[in-house]
Write a protein of this length. Sequence first.
Length: 100
Amino acid sequence: MATYMLLTKVSAESMSSPEKLKELEAAVKKKVAKHCPQVKWVASYAVLGPYDYLDVVEAPDILTASKVATIIRSFGHATTETWGAIPWNEFKQTLTELKS
């Protein structure tokens, strides 16, 4: 499975109360589990900067990662950006292969 970073910025309306934000998170995760059961949620972080959250997920392919981002946006409360990520040890292996 490939690793993807999902950066999410939520709207001010969805942050009107902590409870509302918790409900939105639960609804998103439930819908992702239903429509993308093969996706593994690795980690979630609240971040400072232009985005509010960073989620790390493992998905079988870029299309499935895109589906997760679409589900997040489908609630109408967020914008997303998705990045593919390579585990450091795998990346280092490609460097070793380039030396030959």
